[in-house]
Design a protein around this ligand. Structure first.
Ligand code: GLN
Length: 195
């Protein structure tokens, strides 16, 4: 199993390390041909408009979208969650448009630009220490989307089949349980395609 971490912006090496700790082979990727050999992809945080520009520049937008449409697991964290969303509040366009959610950018306000809190993430942990940095929240979910965690009534972890999204930075602590969930999702999707 080989999982890529999109290396356009953000804490790429930290994601690679967390995936390795979860038992997967992981590598950073930034060219379309590198996507072909992957069984799953992590889209790290950063700044979504910058990531979007770079994705277009490196001709990655369409191939990543196709990966998602083909059922390959994708995990978007923070800005990566915004990249996956079908709807972004206040704008009429979106980026990859795969995950049936609406996101609100910088949802936790200026006074709380960054904070840590313990989350109860359904099926993952009830004491997951999460680092939020200018984080988005999910304000609406489609019927196929499971809400795995919320903080102060704001949705922060969602899953829609092979698509996983978290509003925070799961790569910045030592806790790899959310990455482990993603690795399991990749394993399951590989079983499904070999049957
Ligand atoms: N605020 C950023 C955005 O809107 C996301 C922040 C992050 O990824 N840490 O793109």
């Amino acid at each position: 199993m080989k999982i890529g971490v999109l290396a356009l912006q953000g804490a790429v090496e930290e994601h690679v390390r967390m995936l390795e700790k979860s038992g997967a082979e992981a590598l950073s990727v930034k060219h379309p041909h590198e996507l072909e050999t992957l069984d799953g992809l992590v889209i790290p945080g950063g700044e979504s408009t910058t990531i979007s520009k770079l994705m277009h520049q490196y001709k990655l937008t369409e191939p990543i979208k196709q990966m998602g449409l083909a059922g390959k697991p994708l995990f978007g964290t923070c800005a990566g969650l915004i990249m996956l969303a079908r709807r972004i509040e206040g704008v009429s366009s979106c980026h990859l448009g795969l995950l049936d959610i609406t996101v609100r950018r910088n949802a936790f306000g200026r006074q709380r630009e960054s904070f840590e809190t313990a989350l109860d993430i359904s099926g993952v942990a009830d004491d997951y220490e999460a680092v939020f940095i200018r984080a988005p929240s999910v304000t609406d979910v489609g019927p196929g989307v499971e809400v795995l965690s919320s903080v102060d009534d704001r949705i922060v972890v969602v899953r829609q089949g092979h698509l996983l999204g978290a509003a925070f930075h799961p790569e910045l602590t030592e806790d790899h349980r959310l990455h482990s969930l993603f690795v399991t999702m990749v394993q399951d999707s590989m079983k499904m395609t070999t049957i």
